[in-house]
Structure formats: C-alpha cells, structure tokens
Design a protein around this ligand. Structure first.
Ligand code: G6P
Length: 609
C-alpha cells in the first residue's frame, strides 16, 4: 500500500512527480504529496484527497523548476487522510516518504520529543524523519545518519529520503515493502512499481530487503546496512507504456476485462508443448507434483477465490486433499498443520500482499515447498517462493482484479491437469483433450465479451438494489463468491454469496419479495440440485437472474433474467462465469456513479497486515 516515487536527473521533474504518482494511485489514493529541491531549499506540497488536488497545488505555484524530488500517494494506516498526515514528512535537514509501518514509533517519538522535536502529524512515519535528522545532526553525514536510524527502527518500510544539504541526491531503503530503481541515462528513478517510470526507461533494478540505494543523476550505488557495495543486474521491462493507459476505454477495469482473452492466451499457450501442458523445470518440476501428498492453498481476496477453484479442480482431477486457507488466518495457526510432504501454493496478482508473504514464509519454515502463482514479475512473493509460475496477464491497474484472476484460474487448470498426468491419473489422450479445451478458452471468453450489451442492459434491473445474493454449488460457489466480492468492491451494494444448498439453513429468511438473487448453474453434475435451489428462492418471489449453461435455459425459463454460457467441461466453467459477473458488477457500478478504478477504502496492493 502507498505508492512512492523519486527522480534525480537533469530534466525538470516537477510535473513528472505528480504524473508518475498518478500511475501508482492503485496503491492508495486518500492523500498525496511531493518534496523537491528548488533554489537551495526543499519545497513540500501535500494535499488530502486525490492526486488531482496535488496537481492543482503545483499549478498554482506557477513556474517550478527542479531536477530532484520525491512523491507519495497514501493509503492511511496511522492518522486520517489529512494534509498534515500526507507524506513527505520533514525535519530540519531531512524530507522522507514511507511505505510500510514503523512498529516502535511510540518509543522513538518519546525519545525524539525529549530531544526537542515537535510532531505535526499522527503518523508513525514522522518518527523516522526526525530520527534521521537527529543522527544527521550528530554525524553530519546523510548516509551514516540513515544507517544509524535504521538500526533503531523496527517495522516494515520502503523509504525515499532527501537531505537539504545534498541537492541532487536521493537515498532509498527497502525492508519488506517493494522498491524498484529505474535506470536511465543521466537520470534515475525509484518507485514502488514499474508504471511510474516506464515512460522514461525500461531498465530497472529490484531492491532486496536490507539494501540502501544512493541515486544521483549519473549513477546508482547500492550498499547494505554495513555500507558493503552490492552489484545488481538490471532487468528489462517486457511491456510498453500503452499497457498502463486506458486505450480508449472509460475505465481500466473495463479495458482489463476485455484483455482477458489475451491474458489467457499468454498464460496458457507458451506452456503447451506437443499438445500437452508442460511447465518449465524452474517453474514447476514434475517431481514436485508427483510427490505432493497434500496441498495447501494460501491467498487473499480474489486470489483466494481463484484458490478455491484450484482446490476444486485439483481435488477432482488428482484425488489429493487440498486445504484452502485465507493467508491472514493461516498465519495465526498454532501449530500450522503443514509439513515437508505438503506442497503449498500461494496465489497473488501483485506478489506483494503482506499476509500472503507471511503465510508463505510460515509454510517454508514448516518445511513445505512453496509454489507461487504470481502476475508481477520479480515481485517479493515470486522471489521468496521455491518456484514461481507467472500469469502473463500484463499490468493490472484497476483495483478490482479481473484478467489476472482469470489467468490465475487458468494456471490452476494447468497445474491440476499436469499433476493428474504425472501421478498417472489422467491418461495421455484425455490430457491432450483437456489441453485442447484449455486452448479454446480465449475464444470462448471473446464470445462472451461480445455480449456485453446484454449484461449492460441487465445491470439496469439491479443497480438500485441495496442487498443482493449470489448462490452456486461446487465451483459455482467459488464463482459466486468472486462475483459477490466484485460487486461489493466497486458498486458498494451489500451482497452475500452462499453455497446454494446452504442458503436454506438460515439466510433464506432474508429472501423476500423482489430481493435480487444471482444464481449460478454451470456445473452439469450438480444441475438438478442447482435448479431446485433456484426454484426455492423463486418460490419466495426473489428477483432471480440465472447464469447457466445454455442447455439449462429451458429448465430455468421461469427466472426473470437469464445469462447463458456455452457448455464446456464443468471444471472449466468458472472461466466463463467470471466474465458476465465482472461486466455486471462494472455496469452496475457505472450506473451508480461509482469511482470504478479506485473504490472507496481499497488498495490494490495490500502491504500491511
Ligand atoms: C486486495 C485487493 C484485492 C486482491 C487482494 C489480494 O485486497 O483489493 O482485489 O484480490 O488484495 O491481492 P494479490 O495481489 O495478493 O492478488
């Protein structure tokens, strides 16, 4: 959470600071700020609310010229989203911005207050800036002051720091929270994520925990906390700036839903060899799959729902028990029931979710091998895991995940099929047929996207609802949970998802005249039971929309609204069901006038516990 950016070079970076921050807004957007060198001093501008407010402040100053500065977009943890709490925070010599949480901020504050420092904000971060300032006054050296302070700070952080006496120098530090360095010619960048500098350079370095980087226009020096130099190899971004532009769509979310076929193709096709799914030896050795006696799946949010699909598919194809846990809950387990014979699978779009990372580390500590299914290349989770399979969905900007979720499910199918094959449970001919089906998914999804106008029209019947139910059985339950989350996230309509058979054990009491129920029926093996459950809510005069395979249209002709999907094997249906549910949520939220790409209180990359 929180996006940080910094620039040092030769061009006037005043506007760039704000524009680059805007590309990181998905990380938090309740306030923002910049600090930059100008005329021998440091200017700080901060504004509560969206980055537009910060942009206006900058414009109001008139002509600004600076070649070095830092910027921050915030997701509040300590202290509300006010101007005072916005970063950067400043002391006499130092300005600093921070992503993370300083755990011992209270004791540091008490110490610093005793030294005469005045605190202006409610943030944990302010203790760090004064602490560095305190050490700077003692030792007179920018880097040494930072190192001395780091030894006293406990917590998680990525810092960007400038010093009044050192114009043209920017120091950043990483512990836990993500930090990348963009390597340009005569200019260098630091940022939480690639979109912030992709316009200027495609070369970047990944900062590891415990590393400090000193950035100047003509070079970057990386050292550890003992000042031992570290040599780092630059990586190259494989996508273009256009990927982080809306490209004619009204919102990133809509653009990204429409990119699902491409995301699926890029994820599946390179992993098919001679008609069979095959992972690279680095990605996932067959031996690991052959030996896995039990699987634990750990993730948060939508990734957890993709994990639920993975559980269903793996259990069904591989006859291996799969334990699915919300990552934050798994971390609190005492003892965590996991061991060396387990394969742990973590799913994460960003690869930075702190709870997922914590769960991963715990699983590793218990001796389990960890496979990460991740979208962001080089992210912390991908690097910490024993093996990583990338979902090649491309950058996802909208807070609500869509194409990356679909790509995660695609990897789950591939993983399950390969595992069933190497365990001798799936004959080659069937494996080949399954792989061929997988390869048709992009086209099937394209077909559904072409029906967007129908889903858009249906959204009119639901956008004024206050409460809504989603029901489904088996894999449809996982799809229902994700459909419900998507709707909640972006439209703020209260909705609940239930296993269709469970609804009658209490919650059906809330289903009365006109209550909307979106019912999934895509699982042929469970079709009769699903239809019965739909009849139960229809009998209570619910306003039912069924999302079903086209062969069930007749049996469900009694419902008010019907969305049909082509018939694929049951296990693959969640990939199709996701599309109308995402588009419905999107169009309902548009009709309600919601801020689609930046929903209230949310952030895409959750780097706090
Ligand atoms: C946040 C986002 C969700 C996302 C979850 C997990 O809560 O708002 O959309 O599913 O984090 O994120 P990850 O990057 O680990 O998939």
């Amino acid at each position: 959470m929180c996006g940080i950016f910094g620039y040092v070079g030769r061009q006037n970076c005043a506007k760039m600071l704000v524009e680059s921050l805007a590309t990181l807004e998905y990380r938090g957007y309740d306030s923002s700020g910049v600090a930059f060198f100008e005329d021998g001093g440091i200017v700080t501008l901060k504004a509560a609310g969206r980055i537009e407010n910060l942009g206006r402040l900058l414009e109001q100053r008139g002509e600004t010229f600076t070649t070095c500065g830092i910027g921050h977009t915030r997701w509040a943890t300590h202290g509300g989203p006010t101007d005072e709490n916005a970063h950067p925070h400043s002391s006499e010599h130092i300005s600093l911005l921070h992503n993370g949480i300083i755990e011992n901020h209270r004791e540091l504050k008490e110490f610093l207050q005793r030294q005469g420092y005045t605190f202006l904000s409610q943030t944990d971060t302010e203790s760090a800036v004064h602490l560095i300032d305190y050490h700077y006054k003692q030792c007179g050296d920018f880097l040494d002051a930072i190192i001395a302070a780091l030894k006293e700070i406990r917590g998680t952080y990525a810092f960007g720091i400038i010093c009044r006496e050192e114009p043209g120098k920017l120091i950043c530090v990483r512990q836990e929270n993500p930090l990348l360095l963009g390597v340009g010619e005569g200019e260098n960048f630091m940022a939480s994520d690639i979109p912030a500098f992709i316009k200027y350079t495609k070369q970047y370095l990944v900062m590891e925990p415990g590393e400090i980087a000193i950035l100047e226009a003509d070079g970057i020096t990386v050292v550890d906390f003992d000042k031992t130099p570290i040599l780092k190899q630059p990586l190259t971004v494989t996508w273009d700036y256009e990927a982080v532009e809306k490209g004619g769509y009204d919102h990133f979310m809509l653009k990204e839903i429409h990119e699902t076929p491409l995301a699926l193709r890029n994820t599946i096709a390179p992993r098919v060899e001679d008609g069979l799914v095959r992972f690279g030896e680095e990605e996932l050795p067959d031996e690991l799959l052959r030996q896995a006696g039990r699987i634990t799946v750990l993730a948060c949010g939508s990734a957890m729902h993709a994990g639920m699909v993975a559980k269903g598919v793996i259990e069904s194809m591989c006859h291996v028990p799969v334990n699915l846990e919300v990552a934050s809950e798994f971390r609190g387990k005492n003892p965590p029931l996991i061991g060396p014979n387990d394969l742990t699978v973590v799913l994460s779009q960003s690869g930075e979710t702190l709870d997922t990372m914590g769960a991963l580390k715990l699983a590793k500590c218990c001796g389990s091998k960890v496979l990460a299914i991740v979208n962001v290349v080089g992210s912390s989770i991908a690097r910490e895991a024993d093996h990583a399979i990338y979902t090649w969905a491309g950058p996802e900007i909208a807070v609500a995940t869509t194409k990356a979720y679909s790509a995660q499910i695609a990897v789950a199918y591939m993983l399950a099929a390969r595992m069933a094959y190497v365990k001798g449970l799936l004959p080659e001919a069937e494996f080949r047929a399954f792989t061929a089906r997988l390869l048709t998914l992009p086209e099937q999804v394209k077909g559904l996207l072409a029906q967007e106008a129908q889903y858009q029209a249906l959204a009119r019947a639901y956008f004024q609802s206050d409460n809504l139910f989603f029901i489904g059985r088996g894999l449809d339950y996982a799809a229902a949970l994700e459909g419900s989350l998507k709707l909640k996230e972006i439209s703020y309509i209260h909705s609940e998802a239930y296993a269709a058979g469970e609804l009658k054990h209490g919650s059906i009491a809330l289903v009365t005249d006109g209550v909307p129920v979106i019912a999934l029926a895509t699982q042929s093996a469970l079709a009769e039971k699903a239809v019965s459950n739909i009849r139960e809510v229809d009998a209570r005069n619910a306003h039912v929309m069924a999302v079903c395979t086209e062969n069930l249209a007749e049996s469900l002709s009694f419902v008010k609204d019907l969305i049909t999907l082509p018939v694929l094997p049951d296990l693959l249906m969640p990939s199709l069901a996701a599309i109308p549910l995402q588009l419905l949520a999107y169009h309902i939220a548009v009709l309600r006038g919601c801020d689609i790409d930046k929903p209230r209180n949310l952030a895409k990359s959750v780097t706090v516990e």
